[in-house]
Design a protein around this ligand. Sequence first.
Ligand code: FAD
Length: 450
Amino acid sequence: MSANLATEVLVVGAGPAGIAAATTAAEHGRNVLILDDNRKPGGQIWREASTTAAASTHAKDSKKHRALDRLQRSSAQILAGRTVFNASSAGFLEALQQTSSVSLIERIHFDHLILATGARERFLPFPGWTLPGVFGAGGLQALVRAGYPIAGKRVVVAGTGPLLLAVAAHLVHDGATVPTVAEQAPFSSLATFSASLWRQPSKLIQGARYRATLRSTSYRTGCWVVEAIPAKDTHQLSAVRLTDGKRTWTEPCDLLASGYHLVPNTEIAELLGCAFASSFVLVDEQQRTSLPKIYCVGEPTGIAGLDAAIVQGEIAGLAVAGKPTSSLRARAQQERAFAKRLEHAFALREELRSLAKPDTIVCRCEDVPFARIQGHTNWADIKLQTRCGMGPCQGRVCGPAIEFILNCKPASVRQPLYPVPLSALCSADEPAPQVPNIPIPKFQNTEETV
Ligand SMILES: Cc1cc2nc3c(=O)[nH]c(=O)nc-3n(C[C@H](O)[C@H](O)[C@H](O)COP(=O)(O)OP(=O)(O)OC[C@H]3O[C@@H](n4cnc5c(N)ncnc54)[C@H](O)[C@@H]3O)c2cc1C
């Protein structure tokens, strides 16, 4: 089944950047539609909380509530539970809506497109990283928000980036014990980074709050996990081996939350043919990409955090409405400079390239061990000869890891960006009965309304 919709401004991603863009454009009289693959708007940082403890923490998050209230009061419409799997520069996107009873492809035509697709965690393979009990740091946080019981568990948090502190503080707040946060970046880089934060006091205050929550946790810089160790009688994680490059020791734990900063979700921009600067979508001061009427905001333009996402979203929202953006430029520039400092401070150390052993799985979807990709220098060869990157995640997990370890980047992106059932593709030409065209009810999603 398929449905055709049309809108003036289409926003992909209902995280802070997409919400700010959609709200601002709608408040300035544009007809706006937002698509997101989650059940509710909020993106990663404002992900809905289903436990009472997490919900009460979120209730105190005034930025989130201001943003969601403004969105709700604006005329912007949101279609949740939609995964965009195709994009055409002819001015339309295709999204899959899938529930237990329906697989529906929607084609949405737009005049202006704002990409606000956020970022995902970078995972690096090391012996034992696929054991039960090893999670992505942000992934574990999302599970806890969804009700996964964490109270009483002993969790080591490891990897790199400011997300580690945010996750560790969240876990402690919800009753976990976090004996160690292992940050691979050296102390000297973090000291320079922290000293630069005087320009943005709100970030300093946030860091101080995390440290206060983590007063019983040891925050080790220049420290990383070399192995996750299973219990003798089960395959469940029981401890991790940590090193500071000179000494190696064992830390018993129930869970490991591991993430190596973030990588941008740029597949839709790549499919459309937007220009890139390094790994990020190239934008001008109005968040315009190299393609006419296509904008990009938030993490795909540089990993810079919440404040950058919001100000970039506001700029794009004003720009598509033909309004001046100059009053926001200084704020946006400050956040861009912050992104550069972040990238520099949390750069991955050389030692992490050699964590994987020959039998360490690098592509979890296709079960490819490191030995099979060793020696290759070209992503196409790796893919053709090992099926690495050809599973359901389409290289989203193994791609960034292999790019770092072997220095070879996935060559191209093709649609469908996500798995789409053949039945949905085959019946895409059949009109859908009872599927509404615009106007779309507010916060329409697959399960319930907000
Ligand atoms: C797992 C994770 C946890 C994080 N937790 C924290 C935290 O606790 N504290 C903190 O300060 N920062 C956190 N961050 C960083 C934070 O997300 C960013 O700093 C910032 O909020 C990004 O805003 P954004 O709108 O650019 O992206 P996001 O918030 O990531 O929003 C992007 C949205 O686009 C949707 N999307 C992407 N592709 C598609 C598609 N093809 N079809 C439909 N929808 C799509 C995503 O599902 C998501 O809802 C986290 C990041 C990640 C990856």
